[in-house]
Design a protein around this ligand. Sequence first.
Ligand SMILES: CC(C)=CCC/C(C)=C/CC/C(C)=C/CC/C(C)=C/COC[C@H](O)COP(=O)(O)O
Ligand SMILES: CC(C)=CCC/C(C)=C/CC/C(C)=C/CC/C(C)=C/COP(=O)(O)OP(=O)(O)O
Ligand SMILES: [Mg+2]
Length: 300
Amino acid sequence: MPPAAESESSVGEGSSAAETARGLLELVRPGNVVSAGVLTFTGSFVAAGLFASPSHVLAAVLATVFATGAGNAVNDYFDREIDTINRPDRPIPRGAVSPREAFAFSVALFLGAVVCAVTLPVEALLIAVVNLVALVAYTEYFKGLPAVGNLVVGYLTGSTFLFGAAAVDSTFDPNVLVLFGLAALATFTREVVKDVEDLEGDREEGLSTLPIVVGERRALGVGVAAMVVAVVASAYPYVDGVFGVAYLALVVPADLVMLIACVRSFRNPSLAQRRLKHGMLLATAAFIAGRLLLSPGPVG
Ligand SMILES: CC(C)=CCC/C(C)=C/CC/C(C)=C/CC/C(C)=C/COC[C@H](O)COP(=O)(O)O
Ligand SMILES: CC(C)=CCC/C(C)=C/CC/C(C)=C/CC/C(C)=C/COP(=O)(O)OP(=O)(O)O
Ligand SMILES: [Mg+2]
């Protein structure tokens, strides 16, 4: 949906070039972009080791980087009204980037993702097509539905592992499927906590997010249940004899950080969702360490 009236879309165009550039960089959420690229690389690495199809791995990582940046930018474009309540400091509501600039930037990034994805094996291309459609549709069609938006973001985040594995023709590697599940469940939980954090703006906008429909405590209870499943499942790569003690040494603290954050989310969802992200990043390091220092036993 192209930008609306001239007056709205020109808001932010009075910013200096430096403010706009800083705003555009902030719009893509560079931390998420880098992390998502690392997840895709990790999927390739876990599935086929360090030197399998370098050009395909690079194209998959770049497609993920472009797609994640595009998804964040178009999300802020569609959320520009809600974010005047929930996130007034974000680039569009604070006027650093105009809605028109944000929309055009997201289109350019989506095109970059497509250019990279079309060079990949067909299964990876299929994942990219599904993800790009989901990213565009998320805010308009999924975000306002109870738990559906959270599941979509969980799938998208977990799918990076599948995407990386598909780039090296190993989409359904059992260990990659486990990482997909862990990332999807943990991200689902964090999205529920973020919905509790965003309750005021989401209610103003008439969204039916999970906490609005079932109440904050029940919604957080659903999030905790999903995280408990993920934490228990995170033992699988070690118990299965694929990842060694290096994995355990990092994933156990990561699990603890995330479980403690879940408990804290009932009192302080803002702090909890940030702590959940820290735990998830530590878990990503656990996956990489686990693959680097494989268990001396049989590789599953
Ligand atoms: C139990 C266990 C071991 C779980 C592991 C979970 C795991 C490795 C998750 C990966 C999380 C991660 C590093 C994601 C990359 C960044 C990304 C694309 C996140 C998607 O975030 C969407 C979110 O709504 C953006 O909000 P914000 O982070 O506040 O900007
Ligand atoms: C592998 C390929 C080709 C794509 C994957 C792309 C990835 C990793 C997507 C991860 C999830 C993501 C970046 C979603 C973008 C939309 C978004 C920011 C959802 C959450 O937005 P809101 O629910 O509005 O919450 P906030 O804006 O407050 O964060
Ligand atoms: Mg948003």
